[in-house]
Design a protein around this ligand. Sequence first.
Ligand code: NAI
Length: 254
Amino acid sequence: MLFDLTGKVSIVTGASKGIGKAIAVGLAEAGSHVVLCSRTKVELDEVAKEIEQKGVEALVIPCDVSNPKDIQNVVDETVNKFHQIDVLINNAGITVKRPAEEYDLNDWNKVIGVNLTGVFLFAQAVGRQMIKQKKGTIINVSSIGGETALTGSIAYCASKGGVNMLTKVLAVEWAPHGIRVNGIAPAYIETPLVKAIKEQRSEFAQRIEARTPLNRLGMPDELIGSAIFLASDASSYITGETLKADGGWTALGL
Ligand code: NAI
């Protein structure tokens, strides 16, 4: 069955809330066992309970994606338990907003460290295992900011533009090993952070809605379909592609 993930093993980074949590639960519903990573164990335990109710296994491994040792630990523990890794969702991401001329180097390094270096390191560690297996799919969560300029977000946009290119290079390098590498680029999605912005600065939220052809923010659950598509055999001839899930944001010219 094209969209079936029964028996697969998926790692999701940044799985404690927002988009990562939605995708983790969605993959579980499609039949995949899920390894949940982010920095805080308590929140992950809650997500694990929800996933186990779907009749699959959940493994919680706290991890900072900017720490190579943590990443290797996730790979080792996953292989110890499940003997394989079929899917990696590189989702963990952060932002610091400030005008470019005031942007602090520490903040730059922090954002690039999680959003770009973290994605590279995780893909590299999991990729080595997938090369041994001769199969696997990697999905990097990018953003419209990887392709369009978001003011006050120079490090974020640079990191996501880097992720889009990293996706293509890995896709090409690892295609001979049976590994596909793709991305998902959402626009504004109503995660807790964006929800708070919406509530506090409703004018800003209204501007975003008006700028979006579908005329609303996206919901985290609306990214599940893209993730299952790219993780499953339904996308077996697609690699190096970053799929826009942006309500038409980047299609709009005027
Ligand atoms: P969120 O803030 O709701 O969740 C982020 C997750 O990443 C949390 O689980 C957090 O614990 C984890 N995380 C943060 N730093 C980490 C680190 N160093 N190591 C391990 N885990 C870490 O964020 P949201 O909104 O769900 O975003 C998820 C991804 O989607 C990010 O890559 C973000 O750039 C991207 N995205 C989000 C959009 C939105 O409107 N919410 C729009 C476009 C892209």
